[in-house]
Design a protein around this ligand. Structure first.
Ligand code: ADP
Ligand code: ASP
Ligand code: MG
Length: 412
């Protein structure tokens, strides 16, 4: 029988009532004749609570134990979902990642899925089981330890199962009814897109639109998974939601497809570093060794052989970066004046494949921000996106102004 993958996010399984409600959705698909693989997240708020417990117990925690704790939320919902389906007389059982097994790398807290052998689950489908409920977000390392895939990782579990089982489709059920031109929580004018190209979705996700985990989009693109985002709170038809697809499948689209933002950014400046070959390599090599994910970088014009080096990073990595830079100074590897840290910045980006062929998007973006009196601190661009770093207090204003200026509320 054809396999369908259905993934339910945290808000969709937040209570026993909601689990019942989405189990009925699963029942509808089973009745159509699909063997269904259901991927569940932890109940909403649960993973945050577990992460909080780990941090409180051990600030410099052992990542293997972090994974043992934070993966547990999904175990609860997987079991409850299987029980609910059984109560509806639908043959179902739960699977934790290691039982499938979902084989991953050993990069704890951000592991990548290497393989999902389908045999165990297929054998059960062969025996009459109709729904395999799999705990999302988790796997097992070559060392036999539990791993997790990074926050939002259940999306990636879902797409990886769809690829491994050659599913007809991967449906991501969430608390919004599709992918919007921007987060509908920030702009009331945000418009739902019927289709979005993989490349645009990939950029939006990596620039902060958390509706899909970036890696899930990458996998869907690579394995040609038919990926759909839709609401678990509304009655659904086969056309509902947003289809993430190849750009050739989209007839008309705006130059800018969407606006993304990321709130938890920080900016660091090394003031007065020597302007000579090898300096950038020393600084960013050290940061990389310390596990800091540097994003945007600017180097000022130098004066008398010295310059300022500015870069952005996630706020929760600032401490680590500061320690790394002070170490570098103490070791004699780098001489700099001060280390300036700005914790109150945000990144706002516009994304669209139309930018490849149309110029003027950057100029328009900068004009809009200047008209709103928003100062741009750092800029980065690629073929299909422009990102700016601004004061966080202007983030919502900037998102809304850009959404208006590029007329995203109107379809192409
Ligand atoms: P789940 O728990 O189902 O995985 P998430 O909270 O991870 O749900 O993702 C859904 C949320 O993503 C939405 O509630 C919305 O606030 C946010 N979001 C951000 N950008 C977008 C966008 N462009 N389109 C739709 N939702 C978005
Ligand atoms: N429960 C995990 C998280 O909150 C994984 C997920 O929901 O996708 O990040
Ligand atoms: Mg999510």
């Amino acid at each position: 029988m054809p396999v369908l993958v259905m993934k339910f996010g945290g808000t969709s399984v937040a209570t026993l009532d909601r689990i019942k409600r989405v189990a009925k959705r699963v029942g509808v698909e089973v009745a159509k004749g699909y063997d269904v693989i259901v991927i569940v997240s932890a109940m909403s708020g649960k993973t945050n609570e577990l992460v909080g417990w780990v941090n409180e117990t051990s600030p410099l925690y052992d990542a293997r134990e972090y994974d043992a704790v934070v993966s547990s939320g999904e175990n609860v919902t997987a079991g409850l979902m299987a029980l609910t389906l059984q109560e509806m007389d639908i043959p179902a059982r739960s699977w934790q990642g290691w039982q499938v097994p979902v084989l991953t790398t050993s990069a704890h807290a951000s592991a990548r899925i290497e393989d999902i052998p389908p045999e165990n689950i297929m054998a059960k489908f062969g025996e009459g089981m109709r729904v395999a409920v799999v705990a999302g977000f988790q796997g097992i390392s070559p060392e036999g330890r539990i791993t997790t895939l990074g926050r939002g990782g259940s999306d990636t579990t879902a797409v990886a199962f769809a690829a491994a089982f050659d599913a007809v489709r991967c449906d991501i059920y969430t608390d919004v009814d599709g992918v919007y031109t921007t987060d509908p929580r920030v702009s009331p004018k945000a418009r739902k897109l019927d289709k979005i190209a993989f490349e645009e979705m990939l950029e939006l996700a990596s620039l902060g639109a958390k509706v899909l985990q970036t890696r899930s989009v990458e996998l869907a693109m690579r394995y040609k998974v038919k990926l759909r985002v839709l609401s678990s709170f509304e009655e659904q038809s086969d056309e509902a939601g947003t289809l993430v697809c190849d750009e050739e499948e989209i007839m008309e689209s705006n130059v800018v497809a969407g606006v993304a933002f990321s709130r938890d950014e920080a900016k660091m400046t090394l003031i007065s570093v020597a302007d000579r070959p090898g300096i950038a390599s020393i600084i960013f090599g050290k940061l990389s060794d310390a596990g800091v994910n540097v994003d945007m970088i600017v180097q000022n014009i130098s004066e008398e052989g010295r310059t300022d080096m500015t870069f952005s990073l996630p706020t929760d990595q600032v401490k680590r970066a500061e320690i790394a830079m002070e170490e570098l100074k103490a070791e004699g590897g780098l001489n700099f004046g001060e280390l300036d840290v700005d914790m109150d910045v945000a990144k706002v980006s516009v994304v669209g494949i139309g930018m490849r062929s149309q110029s003027g998007v950057a100029a328009k973006m900068f004009k809009v921000l200047s008209d709103e009196g928003v100062n741009i601190k750092v800029i980065t661009t690629s073929e299909i996106k422009i990102s700016v770093l601004i004061d966080r207090k202007y983030m919502e204003l900037a998102v809304q102004a850009l959404h208006d200026a590029f007329e995203l509320e109107k379809a192409a």
